[in-house]
Ligand binder design. Structure first.
Ligand code: NAD
Ligand code: DAU
Length: 351
């Protein structure tokens, strides 16, 4: 199954979210030499986490097309693939927030599992040449104080979110095995950077600190996450798409482990705010202790490595959120719903 060397027609799902929008800007901007895109369709349901404003810079690019829709809508997905002669799919669309999955797992099962299955069947019928399943290190479960997740680490997801992502990964794996389907799975650690929905730790804490609100640190704050700049992750996904081998899994990480409390202190230092804003709150149920990624396979096979240092990336990220406060407040206050209705004459889905 050879991957076209000519410019490709690409379907990106979930391109209005945090990572998907950074990925689309990377591919359609100047940053992806040697990865030519003839056309790019962005299929996104525009849930609370999807925001068309994230892509205003490229909205008028003649190669770009937005389709508002659900990956679990089989008829729509088949039509989009067929009409646009899609060569490859990069699948970002998901319910992505662990805390929400603890409150209600049903949208996670519906989008992350059923939606992926529907997409896989449509992609198989359309004979696409590559399918990149963008997944997470959380499918591996939790580490103790030592060790790293490798691509061989057994899956042991602990939250409804990570279980739904693991189920989707296993579907992709089974399609590769059973149907010789050209699927590739990427698993990445915690992303940070511009356009992240302000429910996740970094943008939430920046927004709270700026407004002198307390920063709710779960449990004792000693849980460890491995942070990677979103642009490094997106470059890895692009490399997996063009250079990855069907059937393979590639881990991406930032080689930057930090306890949550240390990260919180760093944010307060950058924002020049007092530590008294830190408030320890009830722990997340089932809270994974530590994630750490061994990304040596991606480094060796894809000639990829994280380029942005955490010091530089975090400073730029804080500056971006300070400069884009209106973006955060529009999302958080529901203003964006009104903006969308004005722009597009219809209400956004509220789920
Ligand atoms: P996000 O929540 O910011 O964006 C998700 C996007 O998917 C939104 O635009 C939303 O509208 C869209 N979407 C949701 N359900 C849909 C449906 N049924 N049909 C079509 N579109 C739908 O998520 P993110 O943080 O950008 O994550 C993107 C992907 O990367 C996810 O698959 C996630 O599991 C994975 N991932 C995220 C991280 C991270 O740190 N954020 C790390 C590793 C992997
Ligand atoms: O590891 C990759 C995963 O990273 C992705 O698959 C998920 O989509 C993404 O949401 C992220 O999951 P986390 O649960 O690690 O991210 P979150 O930003 O929600 O939390 C980061 C850490 O901070 C985690 O240990 C929980 C803690 N936390 C989070 C919030 C929102 C707090 O202490 N307080 C908070 O208010």
């Amino acid at each position: 199954m050879s991957f076209p060397e000519r410019p490709i027609n690409l379907l990106v799902t979930g391109g209005c979210g945090f990572i998907g929008s950074n990925f689309i800007r990377l591919l359609l901007g100047d940053g992806s030499p040697g990865m030519p895109v003839k056309s790019l369709v962005n299929l996104d349901k525009l849930t609370y986490a999807g925001n068309l404003e994230n892509l205003v810079e490229i909205a008028d690019d003649s190669r770009y097309q937005f389709v508002k829709g659900d990956i679990a809508d089989a008829e729509l997905v088949a039509r989009v693939l067929e009409k646009n002669l899609i060569d490859a799919v990069v699948h970002f669309a998901a319910e992505s927030h662990v805390d929400r999955s603890i409150l209600d797992s049903s949208p996670f099962v519906q989008t992350n599992i059923v939606g992926t299955q529907i997409l896989l069947d449509a992609a198989r019928s359309a004979d696409i040449k590559r399918f990149v399943q963008v997944s997470t290190d959380e499918v591996y479960g939790s580490l103790g104080d030592e060790g790293f997740f490798t691509e061989q680490t057994p899956l042991a997801p602990n939250s409804p979110y990570s279980s739904s992502k693991a189920a989707a990964d296993l579907l992709v794996r089974s399609y590769c095995h059973t149907f010789n389907f050209p699927g590739i799975i990427t698993r990445c650690s915690n992303n940070y950077g511009p356009f992240q929905f302000p429910e996740k730790l970094i943008p939430l804490f920046i927004s709270n600190a700026r407004n002198e609100r307390s920063l709710p640190v779960y449990g004792d704050g000693k849980n460890v996450r491995d942070w990677i700049h979103v642009s490094d992750h997106c470059k890895g996904v692009a490399k997996a798409l063009w250079q990855g081998k069907p059937g393979e899994v590639y881990n991406f990480g930032g080689r930057c482990e930090l306890q949550n409390i240390r990260l919180t202190e760093l944010l307060l230092e950058l924002l020049d705010k007092p530590k008294s804003l830190i408030q320890y709150v009830k722990d997340r149920p089932g809270h994974d202790l530590r994630y750490a990624i061994d990304c040596s396979k991606a480094e060796a096979d894809l000639d990829w490595s994280p380029e942005i240092t955490f010091e530089q990336g975090l400073k730029e990220t804080v500056d971006w959120y300070l400069e884009h406060e209106a973006w955060s407040s529009r999302i958080l206050s529901g203003e964006y719903q009104k903006y969308y209705q004005q722009q597009y004459g219809e209400a956004l889905s509220s789920d």
